[in-house]
Design a protein around this ligand. Sequence first.
Ligand code: NI
Length: 183
Amino acid sequence: MPVLKIRKYGDPILRQKAAQQTTFEAALQQQAEDMIETMREAKGIGLAANQVGMPNALCVVEVGLVIEGAEPRAFVNPVIAATAGETVSYEEGCLSIPDVNDDVERPNQIRVRFQDLEGVSHEEEFEGMLARVLQHEIDHLNGIFFVDRLGPLRRKLLSKKLKELAEQTQRELAEEKSKRKPS
Ligand code: NI
């Protein structure tokens, strides 16, 4: 199984809203497995499809980092159906934004509607860390980064770093593109 390249802040696919997944075939299972392997290699707790350059509404979560011994899970077409509980502030990071961590406020409890890899619909409640990770990944599938959810002051403090990262990403993308052209 290949480890996939993780797209970085500044890559336009990370601002795209994911396309609804309508087929549930072996390719989707394979994509989920590749994403789980990529997430583990990068030591992440969650990963969304656009972070590996794929446009569909799929994310994976390393549940075992929260519940000992639990298997990683895949969520297809996930949406937050409801939120509840208090709003909690906790430090987040993102594999697409290296070296940036900051506190993000999010509801502590959510109800998520999703499909599994076979296409079966589910609705399930999550709280605490799993609720946070799922909100972070569902944000990705809507083209939203955790840094978008910071207050104006924090965003301002990070703006230079984010701009530099975006510029570096765009240089790398341009380079990749030029390599693909026949010379
Ligand atoms: Ni992220």
